[in-house]
Ligand binder design. Structure first.
Ligand SMILES: [Zn+2]
Length: 432
């Protein structure tokens, strides 16, 4: 198995270095889709490369998605999904990746900002990768391993399979998406047209980690209408919406149920935006939890605080709206454990011991799973996402690509293919 990942290594590295140089930063405030036109540049490059590899049904859609098919001999159609956009948290233009070959364990000083240093003693995952080839930024941008590592690994895996037609594998559908980082990655993703029976996002981090569990998430908006009167003559009349909002914030639980006081399996309510005037104010919260009833309790907490405030200031008008954002994908994946189990087994076949850990966030797969396409998340080998200290190990990326190859081979085996028929029956999908 070490042979397979060694064989994939150069191709994955070469692709990765090409993709990260293209700026694909998405934009939270944009109202277009994709949110930035430049994401299509990478889409067009990938479209061309997929055609060159001889894949079928290659298309760059009006929404900026890239789709393609690699036919297989037998088994369920397996979707492989990664996102092309990168986060706004750091600059995504002029990315100049650095490759430290056969890293010796010493400090890696990033060349264009000597204050930015990757140190083994601060970074146990890095410390365990002495002897690897480490890709870093130049210190002024993010790297974009989130998620161009996933893109490069899928491309590397299908290039390998396209060049080795003698290898039996399940049919593959590729889906490269846009705008994942702004929470709109699958807004226009047509699951029926995609036609996969099971799918995987390649959008995780440490090698071995398979994600089958995400937060359940909602946004809660509390709107406060006060009464604005000229401050010189407002005695007994003015109701200041800003002060009411501040009072509510002050009553949030202290020392618990917040992002800054929780980890692991504990959820939270989190005010992330407060806008307003004397006359009216709006508080926006996100609520997050792994457990649906806890999430509801977080929402109820905010409703109760709003009710209290309304009782204290009857002349203010306070309204609460709750919008569901995504659900814990475990709820759906548990209906067919074979989908995540197959990823575990593929990891073992490349010599990696898999483990599960809940993600304190969401993935495109969480939304796809809720819509009927079961989609756990697989490691890419990228680390410290959304940061100028982002890095990736070439050997880890090659292991991820090898995992993909093993995964689609495995789904063509009679034992696994018959399990997929169960998945089909449950999801209502029909194998292509
Ligand atoms: Zn990502």
């Amino acid at each position: 198995m070490a042979d397979l990942s060694a064989e994939l290594q150069d191709g994955v590295l070469e692709r990765f270095l090409r993709y990260v140089r293209i700026d694909t930063t998405s934009d939270q405030d944009s109202e277009t889709y994709p949110s930035t036109a430049k994401q299509r540049e990478l889409g067009a490059l990938l479209e061309g490369e997929l055609r060159e590899l001889g894949l079928d049904d290659v298309e760059l859609t009006e929404h900026g998605y890239v789709f393609a098919t690699l036919p297989g001999s037998v088994g369920p159609t397996v979707g492989l999904i990664a996102h092309m956009d990168t986060s706004q948290d750091e600059l995504g233009a002029n990315v100049d990746p650095q490759v430290v070959r056969n890293w010796d364990g010493s400090d890696i000083v990033l060349p264009r900002d000597s204050d930015k240093v990757l140190r083994a003693d601060e970074n146990p995952i890095l410390a365990a990768r002495v002897g690897h080839d480490i890709i870093t930024t130049d210190g002024t941008t993010l790297l974009g391993a989130d998620d161009k590592a996933g893109v490069a690994e899928i491309m590397g895996a299908v290039a390998y399979l396209a060049a080795h037609p003698e290898i039996e594998h399940a049919p593959i559908r590729i889906g490269f998406t846009v705008d994942e980082e702004v929470g709109r990655g699958v807004d226009h993703f047509d699951i029926d047209a995609f036609g996969a029976v099971v799918a995987y996002t390649l959008d995780g981090a440490e090698v071995g980690r398979i994600d089958d569990e995400t937060f359940s998430a909602s946004e809660v908006r509390i709107r406060i209408e006060g009464l604005s009167v000229h401050p010189g003559t407002s005695k007994g009349k003015m109701v200041n919406a800003i002060k009411l909002g501040a009072r509510l914030i002050e009553r949030l639980p202290q020392g618990e149920r917040s992002p800054e006081t929780t980890e692991g399996r504990h959820g939270f309510v989190h005010p992330h935006r407060f806008t307003g005037t004397t006359a009216e104010a709006e508080l926006r919260f996100i609520a997050r939890d792994f457990d649906a009833s806890n999430l509801e309790a977080h929402e109820q907490l905010l409703r109760r605080l709003a009710d209290e405030l309304a009782a204290e200031e009857p002349s203010a008008r306070i309204t609460v709206t709750v919008e569901e954002q995504y659900r814990n994908m475990k709820e759906f994946l548990d209906r067919d454990p074979s989908v995540a189990d197959a990823a575990d087994e593929a990891a073992r076949r490349v010599g990696v011991e898999p483990w599960r850990e809940p993600i304190r966030g969401g993935t495109d797969g969480a939304m796809l799973s809720a819509r009927g396409l079961l989609t756990p998340n697989i490691y890419t080998g990228g680390q410290q996402f959304h940061s100028v200290l982002e890095w990736a190990s070439v050997q880890d990326m090659a292991l991820s690509a090898a995992t993909i190859v093993e995964l689609v081979k495995l789904w063509a085996e009679p034992e696994w293919a018959s399990r997929a028929r169960g998945a089909c029956a449950r999801s209502g999908a029909s194998p292509r």
